[in-house]
Write a protein that binds this ligand. Structure first.
Ligand SMILES: NC(=O)c1ccc[n+]([C@@H]2O[C@H](COP(=O)([O-])OP(=O)(O)OC[C@H]3O[C@@H](n4cnc5c(N)ncnc54)[C@H](OP(=O)(O)O)[C@@H]3O)[C@@H](O)[C@H]2O)c1
Length: 249
């Protein structure tokens, strides 16, 4: 599709993007931007009602309600998609911050292994499903790079995802594999984690971030669309945090 001369990325018109986690937050906003760019979307998430609300807005090719941590189900979903798709974005998942003293080891193992397995299952099932030059796109974070009490599992996962991304990019080439590492993003997930401290956190970020404002899901979605369209990008991790890593918060 693109030349080998460094041509600028084209748009996503006519392309199909599968969004696992497409009913809220970063996934929903990415699906909105894909539709606005003339692309088609397939949406998946657990809660069928919220998924239906997203479908009413975005008119997807199809929807599927399931838990992506069930990797057999995830692989069946991907393999059952009709024909080939251009890109798969997986945003399913949420962070957990548990001090060692309160850690349930079996749970921690499931959490860590489950997140890795979700990426591996997506990659395995995508080999015959995603076209050459399309991308698998996963979301990690920047917060877990800074050691802190309660961050052992998150920190290990944060370190593992870029390695997983790079290895898979080699193994399933010419399908591309990329990772977005986000700082605080103002989504329903952040709202549920922070509760009544959300506005205080926003205000703190407005004051301390070099960009002087809070990063929103539309910012991350714009990066996701660029990574999908730019066929020179694979095996890499793209930070988007408004400079959060550069300041103390
Ligand atoms: N927001 C942040 O500040 C931030 C920062 C760094 C990294 N991240 C990561 O970015 C990703 C997206 O975050 P977000 O803020 O956009 O979250 P969000 O607002 O909670 O949206 C998550 C979406 O994924 C779906 N989902 C969650 N778990 C799922 C599962 N097991 N199977 C299928 N669908 C699932 C949700 O719908 P259902 O609940 O109905 O399934 C929803 O559509 C997460 O992995 C998060 O850890 C977020």
């Amino acid at each position: 599709m693109r030349g080998e001369d460094g041509a600028a990325p084209g748009g996503l018109a006519g392309q199909t993007v599968v969004v696992v986690g497409g009913s809220a937050g970063i996934g929903l906003e990415t699906a909105r931007q894909v539709r606005a760019a003339g692309g088609e979307v397939v949406l998946a998430a657990r809660n069928a009602e919220r998924l239906q609300r997203a479908a009413d807005e975005l008119d997807p090719l199809s929807t599927a309600a399931f838990d992506a941590q069930d990797t057999d189900r995830l692989e069946r979903f991907l393999r059952a998609l009709p024909g080939q798709v251009d890109h798969v974005l997986v945003t399913a998942g949420s962070p957990s911050y548990t001090p060692l003293a309160e850690l349930d080891l079996a749970h921690a193992g499931r959490e860590f292994g489950g997140r890795i397995a979700m990426v591996l299952a997506t990659a395995r099932a995508s080999r015959q499903k995603v076209r050459a030059g399309g991308t698998l796109l996963f979301i990690g974070g920047t917060g877990g790079r800074r050691p802190a009490v309660g961050m052992a599992v998150m920190g290990a996962l944060t370190a593992a995802l870029p390695a997983l991304t790079a290895n898979l990019a080699l193994e399933i080439a010419p399908i591309r594999v990329n990772l977005i590492a986000a700082g605080f993003v103002d989504t329903p997930l952040s709202a549920s984690l922070l509760g009544d401290q959300l506005e205080e956190r926003r205000e703190q970020l407005r004051k301390t971030l070099p960009i002087g404002r809070v990063v929103g899901p539309a910012d991350v979605a714009a990066l996701a669309l660029h990574i999908m369209a730019n066929e020179a990008l694979t095996g890499a991790t793209y930070d988007i945090d408004g400079g959060q890593q550069l300041v103390a918060h």
